[in-house]
Design a protein around this ligand. Sequence first.
Ligand code: ZN
Length: 354
Amino acid sequence: MANAAEQLLAYPFGETLPATGAALEVAPGVRWVRMPLPFALDHINLWLLRDIADDGREGWAIVDCGIASDATRAAWELVFEHHLDGLPVLRVVVTHMHPDHIGNAHWLTERWNCRLWISATDWNAARIASQSTTGFGGESAAAFFGEHGLVDPVALDKVRARANYYASMVPEVPRRFRRLLDGQALRVGAHEWRCIVGYGHSPEHIALHCHALGVLISGDMVLPRISTNVSVIDIEPEANPLPLYLQSIAALLQLPADTLVLPSHGRPFRGLHERIGQLTRHHDERLADTVAACRARPCSAADLLPVLFKRPLDLHQTTFAMGEAIAHLHALAASGTLLGRLDMDGVRRFVAAD
Ligand SMILES: [Zn+2]
């Protein structure tokens, strides 16, 4: 299904991908950099925007950073050496707090003595996560997944063992930043980019739209092949992120249909409106599947994994999948379609309300 849907999108650069350490121009003054990731999702796209500092110095703004690893830093050094036209990096813009986006922000801002630009909420969340065990592993995450029916002791032990997971990819976050806000106009070189907030994937995700170039840097909010992770995590256990996500992408329908979308994963594409429609239908179908499963018998989030994800999942994917399943259950509980209850065995299960 993903492939059929993908064929409705246009990929102006075809199969061409920038090699690690290289950069490919995708619009005037906009270059595409691709960095490896050690996950099933094996790469992230980063962007270089031709920039001019307040004092008139010419250079580049970097959008997103890759995880903090020797391999990523070595690839960045190649980019600096060969693909910045001999100019410096003037600032680092980060769409959101996830490790593949902010991991190297500290290193980059120190390396170039420049400022990090990010939403205040994601800066705070990244600062806290890099110093603690919240959200991505540890005892609290294991207990949360346990309450949602993940009983496999091996999986839970692995979650517990990942207490340092975020910090391993984001060892430090810059202590100072400049705040990005929804609707803010960001002058980058010759062009103005408008910040567009998005909810449901990270606390306060910022996408960037340049009307003059017809380009949207979508971050993780709109991806061409995979759906954006929309998860409930242990630090906000009653969260209801799915409606927030769907409202956020619906707002992007106001952008022109022929916008060139630069996503964090996958290839640049045209077909923003088509893709938003696909993602909305995808979640509608998953919500319907969730209701059907809970009508047949009371279901925990873990019970829903084989219903919602029809492929084998590794641990990294299982934790994301659990978060997604809980997000769908919470959306349906909030709308009154499902009722949640904590059973005697300590597992939260959901049943149809009618
Ligand atoms: Zn993300």
